[in-house]
Design a protein around this ligand. Structure first.
Ligand code: DGL
Length: 257
C-alpha cells in the first residue's frame, strides 16, 4: 500500500488526484484528526506526530511509499523523515508558488496557508528563490483548516472573506492579485467559496495533481508501480472520529463505504 497522511481531512484532496493517477494502487489514508489542526501548534508538536504516524504506517501497514499530504507537516518534518527512513520513497506538498508565477499576469500572487507553513524556513527559501519574479502576499489563515475539518459552512465562508480581504484587491488589472495559491490541503475543499469571494477571473491553484504525478514518477523509477489488475482499494484510518472521516470521504471523493 501507499501511505497518505494529513492532520485531518485535507489530504483527501490529494488522495483524489492520487487515485486518478494511480488507479491500481492500494492506499492507506491516515487522518490525524484527534490531534488537528497542526497549523497553529508549532514545529515540535508536528514533528512528533509525523514521526509517530510514519512509524505506525510502516510497522502496521508495510507501506511501500509515503505521501505527506499536508503542507504544514512537510514544512516542519519532511527533512527528518527523509533522514530517518532513507529507504522509503517520500513525496511532500508545498504551496505552488512556482506554477503561480508562470500563470500570473499582474505579478501579484496571494498565498493562503497555515501559520506554521507561512513561518517555515522551507517556504521562506522557496519565496526567496523567486524574488523579483512576482510579489507574494503570504496570509496565515488561523482557524480555516479547523472550520473545514468540522464542515462548519458559516465559519468557512466568514474566514474566507476575512483572509481574502487581507490579501486583495483581486482582479486582472495592474496592481491586483490575479492568482491565489491554496497552500493547505484543506483549503481545496473551500474552492467554490473562495472562487466566489475573489471572482471568477482569479486563478486558484492547489497541489493535488502535480503531487500525484510526482508520486507516479517516483514509483515508476523505483520499479514499484502497480499497473492493471484489480482496482486498488482505500483503507481509511483516523485518530479522531471514524464516522466524520468516512462522511468527508463520501462527500468529497464520492467513495461508497
Ligand atoms: N492540511 C494541512 C496543510 O496542508 C494542515 C492543516 C492544519 O491541520 O492546520 O497544511
Amino acid at each position: 500500500m501507499i501511505g497518505v497522511f494529513d492532520s485531518g481531512v485535507g489530504g483527501l484532496s490529494v488522495l483524489k488526484s492520487l487515485r486518478a493517477q494511480l488507479p491500481a494502487e492500494k492506499f492507506v489514508y491516515l487522518a490525524d484528526s484527534g490531534f488537528a489542526p497542526y497549523g497553529e501548534r508549532g514545529d515540535a508538536f508536528v514533528i512528533e506526530r509525523t514521526r509517530a504516524i510514519v512509524r505506525q504506517l510502516r510497522d502496521e501497514h508495510a507501506i511501500k511509499a509515503l505521501v505527506i499530504a499536508c503542507n504544514t507537516a512537510t514544512a516542519a518534518a519532511i527533512h527528518l523523515v527523509r533522514t530517518e527512513h532513507p529507504d522509503l520513497p517520500l513525496i511532500g506538498v508545498e504551496p505552488a508558488l512556482k506554477p503561480a508565477v508562470a500563470l500570473s499576469k499582474t505579478g501579484r500572487i496571494g498565498v493562503m496557508a497555515t501559520r506554521g507553513t507561512v513561518a517555515s524556513a522551507k517556504l521562506r527559501a522557496l519565496h526567496d528563490s523567486l524574488k523579483g519574479q512576482a510579489e507574494f502576499i503570504l496570509q496565515p489563515c488561523d482557524g480555516l483548516a479547523d472550520a473545514i475539518q468540522n464542515h462548519d459552512v458559516a465559519r468557512i465562508s466568514a474566514l474566507c472573506r476575512e483572509y481574502t480581504q487581507a490579501i486583495g484587491p483581486f482582479g486582472v488589472q495592474a496592481g491586483q492579485v490575479d492568482t491565489l495559491v491554496l497552500g493547505c490541503t484543506h483549503y481545496a475543499f473551500a474552492w467554490d467559496t473562495l472562487q466566489k469571494v475573489v471572482g471568477t477571473d482569479v486563478r486558484l491553484i492547489e497541489t493535488g495533481e502535480p503531487v500525484a504525478r510526482q508520486a507516479r514518477r517516483l514509483l515508476e523509477a523505483a520499479g514499484q508501480l502497480r499497473q492493471g489488475g484489480t482496482p486498488g482499494h482505500i483503507t481509511l484510518l483516523t485518530t479522531g472520529r471514524q464516522e466524520a472521516l468516512n462522511a468527508a470521504a463520501q462527500r468529497w471523493l464520492g467513495l461508497t463505504l
